[in-house]
Design a protein around this ligand. Structure first.
Ligand code: ZN
Length: 315
């Protein structure tokens, strides 16, 4: 192993309704919609990206909202919890906010840290932790001022069907360091300051199944295209079968399934979300890659409009 990821680039999940998703991730969580585009493999489905003000790597959660999708089951071979990190003085703000907005949550502790665990409207498992690490978000929305806002990902809990193999891949392929074991989880750390703390179940879990309310894949950061090519070699040299490098418009991607069943992507930091929109106006218009631009009218007819709106309770 010669290269190491600094942490999570993005997490991609399945949901059903774009408005419900926008009302939760922008309305409740205060994230910015930083890109409204389509699933490049299925143009009748949106691909929505939410993150900090710029959609920085380590802050981005993306969704394919598909109204008729079956309900998934969170389980082995998936990201179990997606962990958001907030400033150290914002933990109580979020607790009070969830109470005010009638969002059910439970409070739990792991590795000496307090977590608020909750579900999004489709059942996707999320948690909030407060840490010093990570730059504060510059984005204020509705009832969430920038100084209390989610900074990005703290990390994730991976649910593996082959925990020892997943741990081995995190350390020996992705370059994370194992830093502890507690309460049924092993903890791994990457060198970045966001999306860098990854917990994995020590006892292997039975397979979940994909569908709404589940994570489809977790993407790890590659610094640039040169490092990305090295990543592909490193993954292949470790016995996995990575895809060719795929142009995802805002980053380049390779994918491989690790032995514990979780779909890993490695995504480049550049070019980022300001490549086709002004940074001031990210996410306001439907953006299509050049190869779909000729079909814009038809594609727009297939997509249900939705709004980014402040919740009534925050007005
Ligand atoms: Zn991805």
């Amino acid at each position: 192993m010669t290269i190491q990821t600094t942490g999570i680039h993005h997490v991609t999940a399945f949901v059903r309704n774009p408005q419900v998703t926008a009302d939760f991730y922008a309305g409740v969580l205060g994230l910015r919609l930083i890109k409204k585009t389509i699933n490049f493999d299925a143009p009748e489905v949106y691909h929505l990206y939410f993150g900090n003000e710029a959609g920085s790597p380590g802050t981005i959660i993306t969704f394919f909202p598909w109204e008729n999708s079956r309900k998934g089951k969170v389980g082995g071979g998936q990201v179990g919890y997606t962990t958001y990190v907030v400033p150290t003085d914002a933990f109580d703000f979020w607790k009070e906010r969830f109470v005010k907005l009638n969002v059910d949550f439970t409070e739990t502790a792991r590795f000496g840290e307090q977590y608020l665990q909750l579900e999004d409207p489709d059942g996707l498992l999320l948690e909030i932790v407060a840490r010093e690490q990570g730059t504060n978000s510059q984005w204020s929305f509705g009832g969430v001022p920038a100084e209390k806002a989610i900074k990005g990902f703290g990390g994730a809990i991976l649910y593996s069907t082959a925990s020892a193999a997943t741990a081995n891949t995190l350390v020996n392929v992705m370059g994370l360091e194992k830093i502890g074991e507690e309460g049924g989880y092993a903890r791994f750390k990457a060198s970045g300051d966001l999306g860098n703390i990854i917990d994995v179940n020590i006892e292997s879990m039975p397979l979940g199944h994909g569908g709404s309310g589940t994570v489809h894949h977790i993407a790890w950061r590659a610094k640039d295209d040169i490092e990305h090519a090295q990543w592909r070699n490193q993954v292949e040299g470790s016995g996995f079968l990575p895809t060719p490098i795929i142009d995802r418009q805002y980053f380049n991607a390779i994918y491989f399934r690790e032995t514990g069943g979780i779909l890993f992507e490695i995504a480049t930091d550049p070019p980022g979300f300001a490549r086709d929109e002004d940074a001031e106006h990210l996410g306001e218009k439907l953006m299509l890659p050049a190869w779909y631009e000729g079909r814009r009218h038809d594609i727009e007819q297939l997509l249900t409009p939705f709004d980014i709106r402040v919740l009534e309770a925050d007005k």
